[in-house]
Design a protein around this ligand. Structure first.
Ligand code: NAD
Ligand code: UFG
Length: 349
């Protein structure tokens, strides 16, 4: 029987995205935006730093369903089964370990999970001729950059195992792109992802004492921690405290969808900063949080944290030029949404 007209065209449209680490903080927000953009979503997660509840919440927000597979990205048999059972068009690869200090203490675990995991995934993608991937890289690949703002052309000099992992996987992807020009690859270098979905249903759910500023501030506001320790006020910045480029996680997720759309056009290799393109100090963030939530954040100034950089913010112009994407949410939006998530879920998921 003849196929209806348009059948081939429809078959050729990229529709199904495998999201590794999709139950995690950034992955879950990416799932929302992928579903909103009418992609089908398959999540692979081993839940080493997340819970399946986040996926239920994504389904609640979007009114759409996700196929969830519990498994490890390093497990070739699981991946092979997954790619055999599903027609996958592209991969968003979030799965990985992300705690910098942990990577210093447990380098092998980080190289195994983050580098070997990525290579196993790429091998199986190659076997199944799935040539489209968006990779979660990090601004940490720039190390102690002198550039302010930092463009993608800045030298790469990561200084901890986590940063080396990201740089290595970027290199693997760049080499694949030379050997196999049919691959479409986006390595996205995130600056400081913060905030939560405006629904308050999904957000960052750190284990134990948060390492990062925003979750720590939220936990002080909700009464789980007494006060914030501000790590140094003698940096050469506006008020002496460290300056970072905070990007709302929903803006970040939308950047991934924009990158995926670019892959669909056949873009080869893209390496892009995803940031807001401006920096705020720790005290500016604290003030913005207080103003937008009417919560007092007690803090004390303590010594600098080892390995911290004074000022770090993105030159975000290339992503705007290539993807037509830029951030739209303000620091106030970030604080309000982080607070909504924290108050609705004081103990996380
Ligand atoms: P997250 O820990 O919340 O999410 C990572 C997810 O991957 C978790 O659900 C975890 O269970 C899963 N996972 C880890 N190892 C796995 C494995 N071997 N197999 C299957 N699943 C596995 O972290 P996040 O903040 O959402 O970060 C996502 C990605 O973005 C990571 O690769 C991280 O390095 C990168 N990144 C994060 C930041 C940040 O500040 N959050 C900044 C730059 C880059
Ligand atoms: N800070 C405090 N007190 C805290 C936590 C942080 O004063 O309790 C300060 C830091 O000194 C820094 C700023 O807040 O000036 C931001 O610190 P974060 O820990 O939130 O973020 P970082 O920029 O240090 O690190 C983040 C990710 C890394 C990633 C890096 C670059 O955690 O994984 O951005 O992308 F490598």
């Amino acid at each position: 029987m003849a196929q209806p007209t348009g059948y081939l065209r429809i078959k050729n449209i990229m529709t199904t995205v495998l999201v590794t680490g999709g139950a995690g903080y950034i992955g879950s927000h990416a799932c929302v935006e992928l579903l909103n953009a009418n992609f089908d979503v398959l999540v692979l997660d081993n839940f080493c730093n997340s819970k399946a509840t986040s996926i239920k919440r994504v389904e609640k927000i979007t009114g759409k369903s996700i196929t969830l597979i519990e498994g490890d990205v390093r497990d070739k048999a699981t991946l092979t089964m997954l790619f055999s059972d599903h027609q996958i068009d592209a991969v968003m690869h979030f799965a990985g370990l992300k705690a910098v200090s942990d990577s210093v203490n447990n380098p092998l675990a980080y190289y195994d999970n983050n580098v070997m995991g990525s290579i196993t995934l790429l091998e199986v993608m190659s076997e199944f001729s799935v040539n489209n991937i968006v990779f979660s890289s990090s601004a940490t690949v720039y190390g102690f950059s002198d550039d302010k703002p930092i463009p993608e052309t800045a030298p790469l000099s990561p200084f901890n195992p986590y940063g080396h992992n990201k740089r290595m996987v970027e290199q693997v992807l760049a080499d694949i792109s030379i050997a196999e020009p049919s691959w479409n690859i986006a390595s996205l270098r995130y600056f400081n992802p913060v905030g939560a979905h405006p629904s308050g249903e999904i957000g960052e759910d750190p284990n134990g004492v948060p390492n990062n500023l925003m979750p720590y501030v939220s936990q002080v506001a909700v009464g789980k921690r007494e006060r914030l320790s501000v790590f140094g006020n003698d940096y050469p910045t506006i008020d002496g405290t460290g300056v970072r480029d905070y990007i709302h996680v929903v803006d970040l997720a939308l950047g991934h969808v924009a990158a995926l759309n670019k892959l669909m056009q056949g873009c080869g290799l893209l390496t892009l900063n995803l940031g807001a393109g401006r920096g705020y100090s720790v005290l500016e963030l604290v003030q913005a949080f207080e103003a937008s939530t009417e919560q007092k954040i007690p803090y004390e100034i303590v010594n600098r944290r080892a390995g911290d950089i004074a000022i770090y913010f993105a030159d975000a112009s290339l992503a705007k030029q290539v993807l037509g994407w830029k951030t739209t949410k303000t620091l106030e939006d970030i604080c309000r949404d982080a607070w909504r998530w924290q108050t609705k879920n004081p103990n996380g998921y």
